[in-house]
Ligand binder design. Structure first.
Ligand code: FES
Ligand code: FES
Length: 201
């Protein structure tokens, strides 16, 4: 039977034949020229570390980082700032939220080398000495947490939110905090806390 003309799903032999042809094409492309060779060299031998300098919680920090390291891992492992948490590591929970130049980001989804020259704020940088940030105090006053695992991300996110929108409605608070997941479901109290902090501003 002619493998190339029969109707219905391709036979195993035809599939293997097409695969081998495609493989040969890729092999030929791989030897096509110096551009491919250079790209392969970069992938095979990336620089081990790069120097970066950034300000974290008001303090200038200069360090060398693996360019593949997330900002979250750099903060936690290199700088000892364990306030930002690795809840999911893939952008779904908000536990790793930090501020960069005042804006909220998920530090698990970004490379540290992207933030050279920026100002990063973690939950550790919010209090003024012994005086808690108003949002931190509001979370305590309104029982905005139970286990506390999500709380540093919630608090930092709320600080960023109030920077974006100083007088949010309860609906806006719910919407703008929706990227921060709380497995304990402390949501009503979190909204109370953010609303209270906004009114106190
Ligand atoms: S740890 Fe970054 S979003 Fe979950
Ligand atoms: S307080 Fe437990 S996950 Fe939010």
């Amino acid at each position: 039977m002619d493998e190339s003309t029969h109707e219905g799903p391709p036979s195993r032999r035809a599939f293997l034949s097409h695969s081998l042809t495609a493989g040969a094409g890729l092999a030929a492309l791989g030897s096509a020229g110096p551009g491919v060779a250079e790209a392969r060299a970069v992938v095979a031998d990336p620089p081990e570390t790069l120097p970066i300098s950034l300000t974290v919680n008001g303090r200038r920090r200069t360090l060398r980082v693996d360019p593949r390291t997330s900002l979250l891992d750099t903060l936690r492992k290199d700088l000892g700032l364990t306030g930002p948490k690795k809840g999911c590591g893939q952008g779904a929970c908000g536990a790793c939220t930090v501020l960069v130049d005042g804006g909220r980001i998920l530090s698990c989804l970004t490379f540290a080398v992207m933030f050279a020259g920026t100002e990063v704020t973690t939950v550790e940088g919010l209090a003024d000495g012994d005086r808690l940030h108003p949002v931190q105090q509001a979370f305590i006053d309104h029982d905005g947490f139970q286990c506390g695992f999500c709380t540093s991300g919630q608090v930092v996110s709320a600080v960023g939110l109030l920077g974006e929108n100083p007088r949010p409605s309860r609906e806006e608070i719910r919407e703008l905090m929706s990227g921060n997941i709380c497995r304990c479901a402390a949501y009503p109290n979190i909204v109370d806390a953010v609303e209270s902090a906004a009114k106190g501003r």
